[in-house]
Ligand binder design. Structure first.
Ligand code: GLC
Length: 564
């Protein structure tokens, strides 16, 4: 507490406290509703020291690139001190920056330089667990009577060698580890080096709320809340139902009924939101779901829980199917709240790898960009997706860095492949490092990089820049109403985004064949004879704008005025 007060005092002397109530525009929208978010995996964005690992000064050095790309807010995956067992998702101090990534002063400079360029910084808050090297856990495990004992979930086993219940770790094996020193088991939803905090202890909540306040004062514009669905578990430790079959770690399949998505998490989200509202900060939730009611619940009443729950409905798509995407979009929109769109992140295979067909990879990367950036709501773009970067999966066990992959090898290649260094240029270190990169750079980086793509007018990167600039300048795309067209078309997704006297027609061919499209826009009150091309990829537009000819995975975005 003393630490909080001292820091607050120091900070209030050197930074301006953000104003109280969140600012909204004339449409009633807050800043994050107009923003495009960009996820940075700090280890892999830009190394400024030559040790092969990215850092904060590296990110600061690339802010002009990000501004030029056209994004507004940067979500940094955890850069707090950490033993790096789960690459930062095992935090050992919530009040500092890991020396691997820099210092608090480097962080302040990143925030300040970002602010000068209109770029906000979002941090990643790991609430469910800490590192087993966190002083809280060390104290907690030191004795059964430690004042911090109850900060974590400790229980007696059911008998010799038998854990307290059958819960399994998401990362393989039992979710309980016996600590011989005190003869009790501690609970961990993830690795055993990531013991779960006990969120039923009010002291834990108070401390974490203070953590958020402290970073808000430091200029952080919000948090991405890691794994919020796992923070509470049934205190009665009822066994989870076992399902047929085994998972990729060889453990029995299980329904996580008693340790996942418990109702109590909504109380915590409300507390976090109350504090966030003090500075107009945004809360993004890591909230995987394919169910509309479940997604809707994360918004609370629309003002008291998460502003941006990431249902990941799009991210969980496995095939480029117009029908499947349409269903995922509809399921997201059906909450009635502000939608959030994600296609890729640091836990999923890159979209170019998931959806590429080896023949139309650039066109597919562009159609996905157009999808992500033209849906109504706030998109989150994963670094490198703007280049069409592909997964670079390890082929030998000795090259694996993600402990998850080691555990499931060779069945699960897991997450390294999607976390490789940002490809800035065609040099050996891809412009990312002068040293040996912590993960290998794929041969495709020779041509798929910022320098090369900047010079090609039709590149995936320039298409992203073009669509992001359109979105920034055009209220129809940014905040216009959304009207899906041709709802039964098995190949092409089309919609109108409308704002006052303008409609933007967006058509996305999700098939490898040429498609010809026409719409009766007049019947909807829009004048196709005065249509103006905004952006196309693999599409031909006649003088009068319609019908459109879309090539394989082609995109056309056309502005249409109201009928006079
Ligand atoms: C989230 C993160 C993931 C991490 C896990 C445990 O799912 O996105 O990378 O391993 O939480 O913190």
């Amino acid at each position: 507490m003393l630490r909080t007060l001292l820091s607050a005092l120091t900070l209030s002397l050197c930074t301006t406290l953000p104003a109280g109530a969140p600012a909204v525009d004339t449409e009633g929208h807050a800043w994050w509703q107009h923003a495009v978010f960009y996820e940075i995996y700090p280890r892999s964005f830009q190394d400024s020291t030559g040790n092969g690992v990215g850092d904060l000064n590296g990110i600061t050095a690339r802010l002009d690139y990000l501004r030029g790309l056209g994004v507004d807010a940067l979500w940094l995956t955890p850069c707090f001190p950490s033993p790096q067992v789960d690459f930062g998702y095992d935090v050992s101090d919530y009040w500092d920056i890991d020396p691997l990534f820099g210092t608090l002063q480097d962080f302040d400079r990143l925030v300040a330089e970002g602010r000068e360029r209109g770029l906000k910084v979002i941090l990643d808050l790991v609430l469910n667990h800490t590192s087993d090297q966190h002083p809280w856990f060390k104290e907690s495990r030191s004795s059964r009577t430690s004042p911090r004992r109850d900060w974590y979930v400790w229980r007696d086993g059911k008998g010799p060698g038998a854990p307290p219940c059958n819960w399994e770790s998401l990362f393989g094996g039992p979710a309980w580890t016996l600590d011989p020193a005190t003869g009790q088991y501690y609970y961990h939803y993830f690795y055993r080096q990531q013991p779960d905090l006990n969120w039923r202890n009010p002291a834990v909540k108070d401390e974490m709320l203070d953590v958020t306040r402290w970073w808000y004062r430091r200029g952080v514009a919000g948090f991405r809340l890691d794994a919020v669905d796992t923070v509470f578990e049934d205190p009665g430790l009822a066994d989870n139902p076992v399902l047929p079959g085994r998972n990729e770690y060889g453990d029995p399949n299980m329904k996580n009924l008693h340790n996942y998505k418990l109702e109590e998490e909504h109380g915590l989200l409300k507390d976090l939101r109350r504090v966030a509202d003090e500075t107009g900060a945004v809360l993004i939730g890591e909230t995987y779901t394919e169910s509309t009611p479940e997604l809707k619940a994360y918004y609370g009443n629309g003002r008291d829980e998460l502003q941006m729950p990431t249902g990941h409905m799009l991210a969980m798509a496995q095939t480029l199917s117009a029908a499947d995407f349409r269903q995922r979009i509809d399921a997201t929109l059906a909450t009635g709240f502000w939608p959030v769109w994600v296609l890729g992140n640091h836990d999923l295979a890159r979209t170019a790898t998931r959806f590429g067909d080896g023949r139309h990879d650039d066109a597919i990367a562009k159609v996905l960009a157009a999808l992500l950036l033209t849906l109504p709501g706030t998109p989150i773009l994963y670094y490198g997706e703007e280049l069409g970067m592909v997964n670079n999966d390890p082929v030998r066990l000795e090259d694996v860095r993600d402990p998850l992959a080691r555990q499931g090898w060779p069945r699960a290649k897991r997450r390294d492949g999607a976390r490789t260094p940002m490809q800035w240029d065609g040099t050996a270190g891809a412009g990312f490092t002068k040293g040996k990169p912590w993960l290998p750079i794929p041969p495709s980086a020779a041509t798929r990089n910022v320098a090369a793509e900047s010079g090609e007018p039709g590149s995936v990167l320039n298409f992203h820049r073009q669509v992001l600039a359109l979105r920034r300048g055009d209220p129809a795309l940014r905040e216009g109403d959304y009207r899906p067209l041709n709802p039964a078309d098995p190949n092409v997704l089309s919609c109108l985004r409308t704002y006052r006297n303008e409609a933007v027609l967006v058509t996305l061919n999700l098939s490898p064949e040429q498609r010809s499209l026409s719409f009766d826009l007049k019947a909807l009150g829009w004048d196709p004879t005065r249509a103006v091309r905004l952006a196309t990829s693999g599409a031909a537009l006649p003088e009068a704008g319609l019908p459109l000819e879309l090539g394989p995975y082609g995109v056309a975005m056309v502005s249409v005025p109201r009928l006079r």
